[in-house]
Design a binder for this molecule. Structure first.
Ligand code: ATP
Ligand code: MG
Length: 137
């Protein structure tokens, strides 16, 4: 069993897609082992996306991530990290495969509805950034 960290981003929550996306997650065999609806501060979003701090889109992307409520998730499944990335689809929804969440829900490359960890180490960092051990069951 593997765990990954996911976010339903402000654009998805704002347009009332939380339920539809959670339904896809559960129907694809992921267990939701932690879940929290919250509003990120700009500083929290900057800390979370620290690896991207030199990228030109960093100021705008962290403002977007803190522009409205999000749903933070820890998902558990065999191959959870790769399988969740596959279900999300490509970063740019224009490149995302049919049937992926980003293809079906994302507005553009920045407002792309969902986040997923990209490796074991980033998943561990991201989970611990938002959840304590006692919040994951
Ligand atoms: P995430 O980390 O959110 O799961 P990702 O791993 O598919 O997405 P990253 O390269 O890590 O993509 O980029 C992080 C986020 O930054 C993207 O999800 C997107 O919201 C934003 N982003 C990435 N590239 C661009 C861009 N060229 N213009 C605007 N925003 C971008
Ligand atoms: Mg990423």
């Amino acid at each position: 069993m593997e765990r990954t960290f996911a976010i339903l981003k402000p654009d998805a929550v704002e347009r009332n897609f939380s339920g539809k996306i959670l339904e896809r997650i559960e129907s694809q065999g992921f267990k939701i082992v932690a879940m929290k609806r919250t509003l990120l501060s700009k500083a929290q979003a900057e800390g979370f996306y620290d690896v991207h701090k030199e990228r030109p889109f960093f100021p705008s992307m962290t403002s977007t991530m803190s522009s409205g409520p999000v749903v933070l998730l820890v998902l558990e499944k065999e191959n959870a990290i790769a399988d969740w990335r596959k279900l999300m689809g490509a970063t740019n929804p224009a490149d995302a495969e049919a049937g992926t969440i980003r293809k079906d829900f994302a507005e553009n490359i920045e407002r792309n509805s969902v986040h997923g960890s990209d490796a074991t180490e980033t998943a561990a960092f991201e989970m611990s950034y938002f959840f304590s051990q006692t919040e994951i069951h």
